[in-house]
Design a protein around this ligand. Sequence first.
Ligand code: FAD
Length: 474
Amino acid sequence: MTEEKQKIIIIGGGIAGLTSAFYLQKAIQEENLPFELKLIEASHRLGGKMQTVIRDGFTIERGPDSFLARKLSISRLAKEVGMDDQLVHNSTGKSYVLVNEKLHSMPGGSIMGIPTEVGPFLTTGLFSIPGKLRAAADFILPRSESGKDQSLGEFFRRRLGDEVVENLIEPLLSGIYAGDIDQLSLMSTFPQFYEVEQKYRSLIIGMKKSTPSQPKTPVNKEKAKGAFLTFKTGLQSFAEAIEAKIDPKTILKGHRVDKITKNGNKYDVYLNNGETLVADSIIAATPHKITQSMFGDYRFFDPFKEVPSTSVATVALAFPEEAVKNDIEGTGFVVSRNSDYSITACTWTHKKWAHSTPKGKVLLRCYVGRAGEETIVDLSDDRIIKIVLDDLKKTMDITMNPDFSIISRWQNSMPQYTVGHKQRLTDILDHMNAELPGVFLAGASYGGVGLPDCIDQGEAAVQNVLNYLKKENS
Ligand code: FAD
């Protein structure tokens, strides 16, 4: 008699779900485990937010375009699926912040907007003299109350004053979440700043002491490596490479999970085509509001209903080189909220990622939409392009219309880790572990939004599933 295999269902084929499927299959094969895997994805493609358009020699990312190189889980997975030879670092270059309609280069020695060198901070035109003096209060201010969550805004405004926050820190930090720094949780977004403050009291001194100093001239005259990596063939090709390693029989695309209920020590998973699958263990790699609605019978997920997600759009514009007259040295800029602009950031992609653009062309990639400014995402393509071009023409001499443009709307795509996120999540997970054993969560809504964070969560979920099922079997 053949042994009945235990069934694991992964819901959602974004990077978190793909990672889970890849490592689970690997463990099942390597350890010859009596488990069976199914990955269910609502759309007809895997990769979730990783989407690339290859057109006329351009490689254009619709969603994420890169990831932090120091977070190693993604490079490790790239090696596993034979994509490590496609990894490429960004070109380094000047970056700017646009404040009151003017581009200012980032003051040297600022780390995520926190000044660590006095000279460039004193000479930058980004802040007034009172603003600079206020920032110096950081040297004498006491630490925050230990262990208490607070908003990024509250933390930085107290330490460095409103001006440094609004002209530098806000545009840099809020861009990652398309969020409002006065709502985002310090502990769930940048806990390292809290830790530095607790250790050194002064953020400025602490950041200087805890960050390895960069050589002013790169060693061996090599060009300094950028802090980011991406895949020359686009992030979608990474998703496709992972998919290619997963047994196609285990992948179910174009099927949405509508509901999950506990049935004894198993789970009934209801699909939108009327089919019901049975699972012994589940990884929900779906955004939090979808997770809440799939588990609608379990009220402890209800707090997810209140967690906002903001909408953004990326706008890629491809030009011939001669269309952009004043070539500004650098790789891009972020926009402070006190500027009369609709774009929130612009990358000179042809410079930052040379592989993305054919010779003789220019590729600009802008963002629109952030917490409180989301209606722009719903405008027509023509309106969005006009708004973006009008904004760009305020800082760049653009003389022609783009050869083509690609607008990618991402509705409710950026989960907002608002103050209390950690505690809210812990409460939900405690209930889930007690009432729905064998169910695990992974993905951007929970333990980090970056691609490597989602991979880490996928790997952790796999470990949890294996521990759970092995214990069940013992
Ligand atoms: P997703 O990619 O959202 O995948 C979830 C999947 O679940 C989707 O495929 C969806 O179709 C599926 N699904 C949903 N409901 C169901 C259901 N009921 N049944 C079955 N399947 C379902 N991160 C970086 O590290 N670097 C960047 O440069 C960067 N830039 C970004 C730019 C933009 C515009 C956006 C939107 C995000 C960016 N991020 C970036 C964040 C990062 O892309 C995401 O956090 C990450 O891709 C999320 O992966 P995920 O697997 O959690 O979710």
